[in-house]
Design a protein around this ligand. Structure first.
Ligand code: GLN
Length: 193
């Protein structure tokens, strides 16, 4: 299995380390040709505006859209923003996940918070969610499944088939269950081809 991590900006190294811990070698993706032969891709957190600009410069936008049509992609935080159809800002996004997102939805004063989450499909107790200037999913399309809401009801994890997105940062914890979950999506998809 070959899983890529978009390595333009943000915390891609933490994702690579998490993949390494579960025995999956990560491929750093900065150019379109690196997508060839990958079974899945993680888009890490960072500044989605910067990632969008760099992806435009490196001519990655169309290849990434094409890739996401058939291959599993997981976006975390800024990566979730980059995958969304509507972010309410004029910035380059992939638009592959049918959802409306509000960036930095948790306010300027309290930029970061942590909360224990119940995530559909994740067994073994709550998952510690680390939110850093996190986005909120305001609305989802009819085929998008909501996997997690925080206590106040806001949506922070969604899945549409092979596309998965979380508003928080599992790669900043030692809990590898969401990396396992994504690898299972990748394995399922590879079996179905
Ligand atoms: N606030 C960033 C954005 O909207 C995301 C922050 C993050 O990935 N931690 O792009």
């Amino acid at each position: 299995m070959k899983v890529g991590v978009l390595a333009l900006q943000g915390d891609f190294q933490e994702h690579e380390q998490a993949l390494g811990k579960i025995g999956v070698a990560a491929v750093e993706v900065r150019l379109p040709e690196r997508l060839e032969g990958l079974d899945g891709l993680i888009i890490p957190g960072g500044e989605s505006t910067t990632v969008g600009k760099l992806a435009t410069t490196f001519k990655l936008i169309d290849p990434l859209k094409e890739f996401a049509k058939t291959t599993p992609v997981w976006g975390t935080c800024g990566g979730l923003v980059f995958m969304a159809k509507d972010v309410g800002f004029d910035q380059p996004v992939l638009g592959v996940l049918d959802m409306v997102v509000e960036r930095n939805a948790f306010g300027r004063q309290v930029d970061s918070f942590e909360e224990d989450l119940d995530i559909k499909g994740i067994e073994g107790g709550p998952f510690h969610g680390v939110f850093i200037r996190a986005p909120e999913v305001k609305q989802v399309g009819p085929t998008v499944e909501i996997l997690c809401r925080i206590q106040d009801g806001r949506i922070v994890a969604v899945r549409n088939g092979h596309l998965f997105a979380t508003a928080f940062h599992p790669e900043l914890t030692d809990d590898l269950r969401l990396h396992h979950y994504f690898i299972e999506i990748v394995a399922e998809k590879s079996r179905s081809i």
